[in-house]
Design a protein around this ligand. Structure first.
Ligand code: PRP
Length: 180
């Protein structure tokens, strides 16, 4: 049905309860690691906003947030290897403790590019947090400090992840049935 909210899903891979429990654990770990510091959480639009907003509300350390917009996929589900910067951070990160917060690391190409670009700006530290890690698809190794869940090589939607820009709002992660 046109405009229906629920996509055809094969199965729910990670439930809302599992995600929320893991977000709490990650927030506790990050709060411990950054005790006494004020990290800048950098969310990569658009998918990263859901985990950022969940995570930041559970942190017990002072922090700032900022955003970058990049495009790693032109369309469809395959990476092109081309990372385009659509919008840059609003503030200088020199001397700052920066924590990139992502929804998923797939080939690693996007994060590898962003990581090197941000390191050139001489932050005090740079760490990476991702809710989902699709390790089997990795083309370039990226050091990831905080991982929510390792997932299989399936096309997933929800919790920030889209199919044709839809379904980012789903509170769970689901495997999509290809029906087109
Ligand atoms: C997704 C995700 C990462 C990137 C990971 O973003 O949010 O930024 O792909 O893929 P990679 O490891 O293969 O580089 P996408 O380009 O789909 O944009 P979106 O967040 O706006 O959906």
């Amino acid at each position: 049905m046109e405009g229906q909210l629920e996509p055809r899903i094969d199965k729910i891979l990670i439930s809302e309860a599992e995600i929320q429990r893991r977000v709490g654990e990650l927030a506790a770990e990050i709060s411990r690691d950054y005790k006494g510091r004020t990290p800048t959480l950098v969310s990569i639009l658009k998918g990263g906003i859901i985990v950022l907003t969940d995570l930041m509300r559970r942190l017990t350390v002072l922090h700032e947030i900022d955003f970058m917009s990049v495009s790693s996929y032109d369309s469809g589900t395959e990476t092109t290897g081309v990372v385009r910067i659509l919008a840059d951070l609003s503030r200088n990160i020199e001397g700052k403790d920066v924590l990139i917060v992502e929804d998923i690391v797939d080939s690693g190409l996007t994060l590898d590019y962003i990581r090197h670009m941000l390191l050139a700006r001489r932050p005090k530290s740079l760490k990476i947090c991702t809710m989902l890690d699709k390790k089997a698809r990795r083309q370039v190794e990226v050091p990831i400090d905080y991982i929510g869940f390792e997932i299989p090589n399936e096309f997933v939607i929800g919790y920030g992840l889209d199919y044709k820009e839809k379904y980012r709002n789903l509170p769970y992660v689901a495997i999509l049935v290809p029906n087109e």
